[in-house]
Write a protein that binds this ligand. Structure first.
Ligand code: MN
Length: 300
């Protein structure tokens, strides 16, 4: 990759907290100087599910318009409803895209099945082809065989049915804690892409982390992943050297202290930095990680 592009997505219409829209600005405080900042995809001035879908459309259009050849795209949200626009936009560039969704939730409800009605719990249902409530502008779908969940533990009945019927892979937090995590993850990546050629997008919802670790996110769930387990997931995926984009979502600076938000943003920046394919071998990762994030992680 010759360059990293940064896109802020002040997306909040997918759930009830306005604060997620503040995360791109918080993240920019520690933006690497070498990254090209493309600014924000502005939010519409109305609220609710239609606003979220409208914002996702604008994001998809923005991504579609970019020249991404030899470029890595980093997006910071925003709530996870933006994933609808991100994945739809990335599928324009890479029809064979693999999506790794690191998240406490499955985000695959349709409106009538959703316990909350919040759009940030729906993007994957529509991307996988569910018709109910789907945006009119959706042109591309994601094959269920090209989706992998990691850290997912809050799964509603409709989502459970979808995951089982479509045979979508889920690596649970228990598996992420276990000694076989690396092997399981490698096996799933290989199963999705036997030839090892497909580009990968990582969609990281910080609520994949255990509820006891951070305050600054809106829908915390217990029995989640540790910082180290998330880093391990990124490290193993990065070894494939085919990650083309990553997004970090659901950081809400209004719910945690400013110090925690800052540390979380720096940590998120470092794990994204660690996965950007370079011409160097993948084993540079541990050095990079220790240089940037050990100290922050210890103090979190
Ligand atoms: Mn999510």
């Amino acid at each position: 990759m010759d360059q990293t592009l940064f896109l802020g997505v002040p997306f909040h219409a997918g759930q009830g907290h306005l604060g997620t829209a503040l995360a791109p600005a918080a993240f920019r405080e520690s933006l690497p100087a070498a990254w090209q900042d493309l600014g924000d995809v502005a939010a519409p001035e109305f609220h609710g599910r239609e606003a979220a879908i409208h914002h996702a459309q604008a994001l998809s259009k923005k991504i579609t318009s970019l020249d991404l050849r030899k470029k890595f795209l980093c997006l910071v949200g925003g709530d996870h409803g933006q994933g609808l626009g991100t994945v739809h936009g990335m599928l324009h560039h890479h029809p064979d895209l693999i999506v790794v969704w690191i998240d406490a939730h499955a985000d695959a409800n349709v409106p009538s099945a959703s316990p909350t009605g919040n759009m940030h719990g729906m993007p994957l249902a529509w991307l996988l082809g569910a018709k109910e409530g789907a945006p009119w502008w959706l042109q591309r779908t994601l094959s269920p065989q090209r989706l992998l969940y990691i850290g997912t533990r809050s799964i509603d009945p409709y989502e459970r049915m979808l995951i089982e019927e479509l045979d979508i892979a889920v690596i649970t937090p228990e598996e992420a804690r276990g000694p076989e995590f690396e092997n399981i993850l490698r096996r799933e990546l290989r199963r999705m892409d036997p030839k090892g050629k497909s580009p990968v997008h990582i969609s990281f919802d910080v609520d994949a982390l255990d509820s006891g670790l951070i305050q600054s996110t809106g829908t915390r769930v217990e029995n989640g992943m540790s910082f180290q387990e998330v880093e391990k997931a990124f490290e193993v995926i990065a070894q494939e050297q085919r990650v083309v984009s990553a997004e970090v979502v659901e950081i809400n600076p209004e719910l945690g202290s400013s110090e925690e938000t800052q540390k979380l943003c720096v940590w998120a920046r470092d794990i994204v930095l660690s996965i950007i394919p370079t011409h160097r071998p993948a084993f540079t990762f541990p050095a990079l990680r220790s240089a940037f994030s050990e100290e922050w992680r210890r103090s979190l």
